[in-house]
Design a protein around this ligand. Structure first.
Ligand SMILES: Nc1ncnc2c1ncn2[C@@H]1O[C@H](COP(=O)(O)OP(=O)(O)OP(=O)(O)O)[C@@H](O)[C@H]1O
Length: 268
């Protein structure tokens, strides 16, 4: 019996028979998926496959159609707002970078997450414990020395780390990362992967949406492939990241090889 099947393993997210409309497009079709604690997952799929729509379901930004037989629960709740659940699930999306003023102090960018805001306003007061908590999560992300810099002066990689520190300040068990390597250079990408591995080794549950199979850390064992709003494959990494399946998913002949738990995908 896997952890996923174990009756004692609490579900983070359960969705069954869900149709999700984005405008006139059916972005997720008869979608069923369960994510449980103690398991980290990577989600891959071509452009338009429905990855962001799935993440927006988690954040509560979109809701499934109320069809018969559908259910959708996060931590057992049918309705939620991201505000209420920040201490349980941290969601890091690339577009958040644009929500800060250029002159926002980096430490305030992290602290303001505790008030559900993107930046500190004059009336926001923080306790010493909260300030220490913010420094701890910045230290974890290796950006504590940037605390007094203006957010607008940071590099793309540094900004990305600040976003992760903002999510970590709530000490959530689950971290959801949407294409975290976007705009990162080679070295920053390696550092980011190192940080994700550290979080995985601390037994946090990670849900990683990525375009690059080669970025999936060895500690992530479950991979879900999406195509046309449906689950195309879902299972253990070695069973899912296979040449034939990926070639069919992307409609390009691809060859998969493995080295020390890392996957390398190249055109045939
Ligand atoms: N706001 C919207 N209005 C209309 N259609 C939308 C909207 N957002 C997404 N869609 C459509 O829903 C489908 C799924 O889009 P989604 O953004 O979830 O895909 P994705 O897998 O995240 O893609 P990408 O890899 O390109 O980011 C696509 O056909 C897309 O055009």
């Amino acid at each position: 019996m896997t952890r996923k099947d174990s009756p004692e393993t609490p579900a983070i997210f359960e969705i069954a028979n869900a149709n999700v409309w984005r405008g006139d497009t059916l972005a997720l079709r008869e979608f069923s998926l369960t994510l449980v604690h103690g398991e980290s997952v990577a989600i891959l799929g071509p452009n338009g496959a429905g990855k962001s729509s799935f993440l927006k379901l988690l954040t509560g930004e979109v809701r499934p159609a109320a069809d018969k037989g559908m259910h959708c629960r996060l931590f057992g709740e049918e309705l939620w707002s991201l505000e209420e659940i920040r201490h349980r699930i941290g969601v890091i999306m690339p577009e958040e970078v644009a929500r800060f003023e250029a002159d926002e102090l980096t430490r305030d960018a992290v602290l303001s997450s505790l008030r559900g805001a993107y930046g500190r306003t004059r009336d926001m007061r923080f306790s010493q414990a909260e300030k220490e908590q913010a420094m701890v999560s910045m230290e974890l992300m290796g950006v504590a020395e940037l605390a007094n810099r203006a957010f607008g002066t940071l590099s793309s990689g540094e900004r990305r780390r600040i976003l992760i520190a903002r999510a970590l300040v709530h000490q959530p068990q689950v971290l959801v990362l949407d294409e975290p390597s976007t705009a990162l250079d080679f070295a920053a990408n390696i550092q980011l992967t190192g940080m994700l591995r550290k979080l995985l080794q601390e037994n946090r549950d990670l849900l990683l949406v990525t375009h690059h199979p080669g970025e999936i850390p060895p500690e992530i064992d479950r991979v879900i492939l999406l195509r046309d709003g449906r689950i195309f494959a879902d299972g253990r990494k070695r069973d899912v990241l296979k040449s034939a399946l990926l070639s069919e998913l992307y409609d390009v002949p691809l060859k998969v090889s493995w080295s020390h738990g890392w996957c390398d995908v190249r055109p045939v």
